[in-house]
Design a protein around this ligand. Structure first.
Ligand SMILES: O=C(O)CCC(=O)C(=O)O
Length: 272
């Protein structure tokens, strides 16, 4: 019986069943849907029950069609919830990272959330389905950097759970184009080398940032809600030698997003 670390080193990933409390996952999912519901009401005029999946998700699609800009910004806003970031700092996560070898873990990139559906895409595939890639290329952190991925809904092949190539974390850094936000590996990969993962809420996948993986194909009419957490190891020698590079760039908007906003009167009102 191999240890978690041996399995991680061998395959480049481990899928842990029932790792998180369902309530913890649900609190992130609920907070995100509540935020979307506010803008759904604002844009479509509809008050939706976030627990009525069909109604809520159809309203998401309508919101996407009616005000793409507000949808994108709301999508960014849900990346900043307390529940999501609290989970990213959970001692359980820290212990897991240590168990697979990140002796001194640090956040590699802001915790992220995805809501994948072909109905939330303007160009057919680019924004809801990632081509085969290695996350290391976008993070460029420690060689042992790791990613934690989990869905917030039960997810198997039909809703497009992640597909991975076991052992591919030892293939080396692959050439890549710039498709999607993670790029896509340009060398030809065999579809049959990919293993389809599947999850119940609470299961998590931890994988090396060099593991080749891709989005599955969500053929359902539902949204596949998922979370991605990325970490580096401060103790990894090449990370130290390279001066702790930080390839994720967050920068502020240089122009006012809402021209001529706010007025002095609005501020006085806020602070009255
Ligand atoms: O959730 C997905 O479909 C892809 C996520 C992914 O591969 C990533 O964020 O690196």
């Amino acid at each position: 019986m191999s240890t978690l670390r041996e399995q991680f080193n061998e395959d480049g990933y481990v899928l842990l069943r029932n790792f998180l409390e369902k309530e913890q996952v649900n609190s992130i999912y609920t907070e995100a849907r509540k935020i979307f519901a506010v803008q759904i009401k604002h844009v479509t005029g509809k008050s939706v029950d976030i627990d009525d999946k069909e109604v809520f998700e159809n309203a998401m699609f309508e919101f996407f069609e009616k005000d793409f800009n507000a949808f994108v910004n709301t999508g960014k806003t849900v990346q900043h919830t307390f529940s999501l970031h609290r989970l990213g700092l959970d001692p359980k996560i820290e212990d897991l990272l240590k168990e697979v070898g990140l002796s001194n873990p640090i956040i590699g990139a802001r915790a992220a959330m995805q809501f994948n559906s072909r109905f939330l895409s303007k160009d057919g595939s680019k924004h809801w389905k990632l081509d085969a890639h290695q996350d290391w290329r976008t993070g460029q952190g420690s060689l042992d950097s790791a990613v934690i991925w989990f869905p917030m809904v039960d997810a198997g092949a039909d809703i497009g759970a992640l597909q991975v190539i076991p052992g591919s974390h030892k293939f080396g850094l692959q050439e890549s184009n710039t498709s999607g936000y993670q790029g896509g590996i340009t060398s030809s990969l065999k579809e049959e080398d990919f293993v389809q993962t599947d999850f119940k809420v609470g299961d998590v996948l931890i994988f090396s940032s060099f593991l080749i993986h891709q989005s599955g194909n969500n053929i359902t009419n539902n949204i596949r809600w998922s979370v991605q957490l990325r970490y580096n190891n401060l103790d990894e020698p090449t990370f130290i030698e390279r001066g702790y590079p930080m390839a994720y760039i967050y920068k502020p908007e240089s122009e006012l997003v809402t021209p001529n906003f706010p007025t002095k009167e609005q501020l006085v009102e806020v602070y009255s």
